[in-house]
Design a binder for this molecule. Structure first.
Ligand code: COA
Length: 706
């Protein structure tokens, strides 16, 4: 198979199988765009009528072409695609881009699989079916049926939606953003996002990659690839299907399983990918990031001539995690000379409405020349006495000076018609100037987020091997599954924990009343007693759980009460014994888990535990494997993290022990194929020397015989 996509993105020649003589047809539009777009290679339109289209010789069939095209665009009706692919394969075409629809997206998966397998047999790669084609700036190839003039540039787009992709091409021109490449992935019968990323990662012409995603298949490979790409260049992603209704719509649009949105978001963050909320935001980030240097630090100042907008900018900075430089003495020294009376040098630097152009220039210059300031958010409110042309020229000039010094700058210009005129002049020059202050700040926030991801990716970490007895766990799981049960009973789940080296409360199973007394005495009071029965799932509801048992007499009373309650509430349940467990002392109750996610494979999670997990929804996720420092980052993301650091005089908890448990859960799910889900709630986390304890463990098994 051809894994190198150089000739996919830079074909020396291209065939259009299904080139049409009729202007309204896609087969005509493709030839038109390729010719008018100034493609540098050879074009071979294929149509049984032969002749010429737009002055280019048309071949009766592919075999009539002397050369071997690097890429063949297939634009014949679905029924004719298999023959066309066979012909391309025989001709030794390297890549086929199947534009035709009517395959798995309409339920016809069989035909699509046959085509993919035929291509594989010839070592030919396929993009599609059901794509809009490809644009590649390096060879001036517009092999799409969208607009003809695509501005070349440094942003590459990979999209799961073809129609949206075509619309994005149109929008790039409006937003003055140039493209290095764009293609849709369609039904992904062969090439997918990860394959395309692998090439674009090394392509010098692409500075930023934008992806539109509805759902993820083969997420494990995508995650690995994204981690690699973001070390070299920023990736911005827009994912639809956030809401329940949106997810249903995505499923019927591209057959994508949207998956849990928070899992997607957290895993993208783990990969260093920036997730934009809207297409507008994504485009804005692409433009800003591709035009701006990555600053050396994050000391940011807001310079404004309007106090109110300055306050709004400060709010926006908090939202987008931009640290405002706040060394008062340093700020006064730097900006004091530029500030008129009544102004303020406490970041935001408020020059007030009285500020002259000279004051403003002086403040910007102070930031530019300073060794401590790395970035400026410059806000200009209504400037009636300066023409839009002059203002635009000034802003552009300042922007250039900041760039030269590898400092960040973004502008917010707020005012009437003249200001709007100025903004549109600046947009054409790709100067980051926006009407709304939040937009100005959001772009800078995205670049900082990328900068932090880069720094984190650069930190090397040498993790100790995760010690889990997978053999013992597999044997136990197989035994249970052989009995036709697909979840573990509490004592079996505890065995799994022990095999992984995760501490559980001391537990014994008693078969008789006397046995219960002896075992409780051996464990030490207080203890908890619980019924053991595969027929009673909700033990508390059946009166099968009694806490805080302090002595032998209470053991006898509890034993009798549990038996009586369960026989009344679940008369047909088979009772296998009574579990006696050490009563766990108080600590911070955490929920920790791991599961095989349908999109991403093994995923681990952590959150605030206890009975209100569903209400609090204070959870974070990571794809597994992740380094221990990434697991620590996940723990830090939950709102309850300060509880682990210790509040109101309490000491710091055993966070390292918690990281270790999560790593072990991930290892179990990825190494033991019979287990799909593990959830510990509560996992009680104590102060450092006292470790963690898995109190309640639920484990689900896979239903198939893998
Ligand atoms: N080899 C070469 N050319 C062939 C051919 C063959 N085996 N069989 C037919 N042709 C020619 C036809 O003669 C025709 O040319 P003409 O118009 O000059 O007569 C041309 O190929 C197109 O064939 P036609 O049967 O007219 O198809 P069409 O243009 O109506 O539709 C598709 C073809 C692929 C566009 C259509 O089937 C389709 O799938 N449309 C949806 C595309 C889409 O939306 N994709 C996803 C985008 S995100």
């Amino acid at each position: 198979m051809m894994n190198d996509l150089t000739y996919f993105f830079n074909p020396r020649s291209i065939a259009v199988v299904g080139a049409s003589y009729h202007e309204g047809k896609i087969g005509y539009r493709l030839v038109y765009n390729i010719v008018k777009g100034g493609y540098k290679g050879e074009i071979f339109p294929i149509n049984p009528k032969a002749g010429e289209i737009l002055g280019v010789r048309v071949y009766e069939h592919l075999n009539a072409v002397d050369a071997v095209p690097d890429v063949a665009l297939i634009v014949v009706p679905a029924a004719q695609v298999p023959d066309a692919i066979e012909e391309c394969g025989r001709k030794e075409v390297k890549f086929a881009v199947i534009i035709s629809s009517g395959f798995s997206e309409t339920g016809k998966s069989g035909a699509e699989k046959e085509i993919a397998s035929c291509a594989r047999g010839y070592g030919m790669r396929i993009l599609g079916p059901n794509v809009f084609g490809i644009y590649s700036a390096t060879v001036s190839l517009n092999a799409t049926f969208g607009v003809t003039d695509i501005p070349p540039g440094d942003v590459a787009i990979i999209t799961q939606s073809g129609a949206l992709g075509l619309a994005m091409i149109g929008k790039t021109a409006v937003e003055n953003m140039g493209l290095s490449a764009i293609c849709s992935v369609g039904n992904k019968s062969d090439l997918n996002e990860a394959d395309l990323l692998e090439y674009l990662m090394t392509q010098d012409e692409t500075k930023v990659i934008l992806m539109y995603i509805e759902g993820v298949k083969d997420g494990e490979r995508l995650v690995e690839m994204l981690k690699e790409v973001t070390r070299r260049k920023p990736v911005i992603v827009i994912k639809s299907g956030r809401s329940r209704r949106g997810a249903i719509a995505a499923a019927s649009h591209t057959g994508s399983l949207a998956g849990a949105d928070n899992v997607f978001s957290d895993i993208m963050r783990q990969c260093g990918v920036l997730r934009a909320e809207t297409i507008d935001e994504a485009f804005q980030w692409c433009s800003f990031i591709s035009e701006s240097p990555v600053p050396h630090g994050e000391n940011t100042v807001i310079i404004t001539n309007g106090g109110g907008v300055g306050v709004m900018a400060a709010d926006a900075c908090e939202k987008y995690e931009i640290p405002l430089y706040d060394d008062i003495a340093g700020l006064e020294k730097l900006f004091g000379p530029a500030i008129p009376p009544f102004g303020s040098f406490k970041n935001p630097i408020d020059l007030t409405g009285q500020a002259s152009a000279i004051n403003y220039a002086q403040a910007l210059n102070a930031a530019l020349e300073s060794d401590t300031v790395n970035a400026v958010i410059a806000i200009i409110c209504g400037t009636p006495d300066v023409s839009p042309e002059i203002l635009a020229a000034m802003v552009k000039d300042v922007c250039g000076q900041f760039k030269k010094k590898e400092k960040l700058i973004t502008f917010s210009l707020f005012g009437g018609l003249e200001t709007e005129k100025c903004l549109s002049m600046l947009a054409k020059e790709r100067v980051p100037a926006y009407g709304d202050v939040y937009r100005a700040v959001s772009s800078m926030g995205a670049l900082y987020a990328y900068r932090r991801a880069l720094a984190e990716a650069g930190e090397s970490s040498c993790d100790a091997v995760i010690d889990v007895d997978a053999g013992a766990i597999d044997a136990l799981v197989e035994q249970v599954r052989a009995g036709g049960r697909f979840f573990l009973l509490a004592h079996e789940a505890q065995e799994v924990m022990k095999a992984a080296g995760i501490t559980v409360p001391r537990t014994e199973i008693a078969a008789t009343l006397e046995d219960a007394v002896t075992r409780a005495r051996a464990i030490g009071f207080p203890v908890v007693m619980k019924v053991v029965s595969r027929d009673i799932i909700h033990k508390s509801d059946a009166g099968g759980v009694i806490l805080d048992i302090d002595n032998e007499k209470e053991v006898i009373d509890a034993y009798e009460a549990i038996m009586r309650n369960c026989r009344t509430k679940a008369p047909s349940a088979q009772i296998e014994g009574i579990e006696i467990t050490e009563m766990v002392s108080e600590g911070i109750e955490i929920i920790a888990g791991a599961r095989k996610d349908p999109s991403f494979g093994p995923v681990v999670m952590v959150g605030l535990g206890g009975i209100y997990v569903e209400v609090m929804k204070d959870v974070a996720f990571r794809a597994y494997p992740g380094e221990r420092r990434q697991l620590l980052a996940m723990i830090k993301e939950i709102k309850s993290y300060p509880l682990l650091l210790g509040v109101r005089g309490a000491g710091r908890k055993d966070i390292e022990g918690l990281v270790e448990v999560i790593a072990k859960l991930g290892a179990i799910v990825s190494r033991c194929s019979g287990i799909t889900d593990i959830e510990i709630n509560p996992l009680v986390v104590y102060e450092k020397e006292r470790g963690v304890k898995a109190v309640d463990v639920r484990i689900l098994l896979s239903g198939d015989s893998k």
